[in-house]
Design a protein around this ligand. Structure first.
Ligand code: PFF
Length: 453
């Protein structure tokens, strides 16, 4: 059999995985959830979810991928031959396909806003809400932008594992971190920004309930990309000396830092202009921020322009690296299962996502009244199905698979790189405790709580 590609370096491995994790979920979804769920208390619960559920589950996914060096579907087939576990792998790939389709729509909005920002429109528009509604409801531009971002991701994926995914992640991720640092400093420097900091740092525990917990967990899964085929696929390209626990820890740390820093960029800025609410919902970055860029820099429009361009560039870079990680599992499945060339496999995924993405993009405009199951639009249905159902379900099944089904020796062999690494005993004990008990029970409890009236 042909030798399978691997990533070239440990830094590359951390950056590609962080590229998957850091995305719209951090810069767009996280601040929205923080705003809607009461600020700092939500952040604390979120961080607990990341440590207790996210890191062990991410490690578990790495174990499945690195041990088999196969796409998720074949990975589960190899580890559990002749069982229904193969559906877990299949579901992950399928969900990646779905997420890529609707995720590209928001990435497409971001590209549109970046172009508008460069042309100076974001900082001069008179009514940002009207601009957003008009743009998202139109029949053409959102579809075109969705297709363009999918073609950008295609352009990288078609180049393969090292010359595509790794090379571009190594360029894009450091740039992204640099932009974040510049924006945080700028946002802090705005007069009145301390109210925003207080909102982010002072917990209001009265807001905590089952709903908040479910949101925090859903957000942690979404943000860390766990419970789907993406990290499993990336891990299938990891080298034998990659340290799985350490990689998971580093990725979770980078991801959480970027999310919290995005909050530090957005809320001080929002509070500093005072006329817009912090719980503005998904429109926060597309409706609220343009007004913030305008109002805060009324006297120095060039600085406002710079902020706007940097912010939407950041959002686009974050979105693209995550799109690459959603593109690859489906592509790898087509290459390995159906023996397609990388070029053909990537094209099949890109074209099918453009088709699905078009339906999602139009569900804000011409298809707004076409309701799918549960009375949701296509876009909302895709989001609901993947973030609220498939990712937690995938996480639950993953914890059962690695915690209970796989032989303990195999898990330890992967964690220790074939017994080359030494860890204190408490680390294994904690890992198995979290993955066998805490993760499945927590996911179930939160689900049941949500189902009860
Ligand atoms: N983690 C990405 C984000 O925060 O935007 C989104 C994502 C990528 C979710 C890959 C799921 C996934 F499998």
């Amino acid at each position: 059999m042909e030798k399978r590609a691997t990533f070239g370096s440990k830094l590359g491995i951390i950056l590609v995985s962080a590229g998957s994790a850091v995305g719209l979920g951090n810069v767009w979804r996280f601040p929205t959830e923080v705003g809607a769920n009461g600020g700092a208390a939500f952040i604390l619960v979120y961080i607990l979810c990341v440590i207790l559920l996210g890191v062990p589950l991410m490690t578990a996914e790495f174990i499945v991928g690195r041990n088999t060096h196969q796409n998720p579907f074949d990975a589960y087939r190899t580890l559990a031959p002749g069982t229904a576990w193969v559906f877990q792998g299949g579901m992950g790939v399928f969900a990646a396909w779905f997420i890529l389709s609707y995720y590209s729509v928001v990435a497409g909005w971001t590209l549109q806003y970046l172009i508008s920002a460069v042309m100076g429109r974001v900082t001069t528009m008179s009514d940002s809400a009207a601009y957003f509604t008009e743009f998202t409801q139109s029949a053409w531009m959102p579809v075109v932008m969705t297709a363009v971002v999918l073609l950008m991701s295609h352009w990288v994926i078609v180049r393969g594992v090292q010359a595509g995914i790794e090379k571009y992640s190594k360029l894009m991720m450091p740039l992204l971190l640099l932009i974040i640092a510049v924006l945080v400093v700028g946002s802090f420097a705005m007069p009145g920004s301390s109210d925003g900091l207080r909102f982010l740092l002072k917990p209001d525990f009265s807001k905590l309930d089952g709903g908040v917990l479910l949101s925090a967990m859903g957000q942690a899964f979404f943000s860390l990309s766990v419970g789907m085929g993406c990290l499993c696929t990336y891990a299938s390209y990891f080298t034998d000396d990659a340290r799985l626990l350490k990689t998971a820890g580093s990725v979770a740390l980078i991801d959480t830092m970027v999310a919290v820093m995005s909050g530090f960029i957005i809320f001080p800025a929002v509070f500093s202009v005072q006329t817009v609410a912090p719980d503005a919902g998904p429109g926060l970055v597309f409706i609220t921020l343009p007004s913030v860029f305008q109002m805060a820099f009324e006297n120095v429009p060039l600085v406002g322009w710079f902020f706007a361009v940097m912010f939407y560039l950041l959002l686009l870079l974050a979105a693209l690296t995550s799109m690459m990680s959603l593109h690859e599992p489906v592509t790898a499945l087509f290459i390995e299962r159906f023996r397609l060339s990388r070029r053909t496999a990537t094209s099949v995924v890109t074209l099918s996502c453009i088709a699905l993405g078009t339906v999602c993009a139009l569900s804000f405009g011409p298809l707004k009244d076409v309701r799918f199951l549960f009375g949701l639009t296509f876009f909302d249905f895709f989001d609901f199905l993947s973030a609220k159902i498939i990712m937690p379900l995938g996480g639950f099944l993953l914890s059962i698979f690695v915690g209970w089904y796989l032989p303990r020796n195999l898990v330890i062999k992967e964690l220790t790189n074939n017994h080359k690494l030494r860890f204190p005993r408490w680390l294994f004990v904690s890992f198995f405790f979290l993955i066998r008990w805490v993760a499945p029970l927590a996911i179930m409890a939160i689900f049941i709580n949500e189902l009860l009236p």
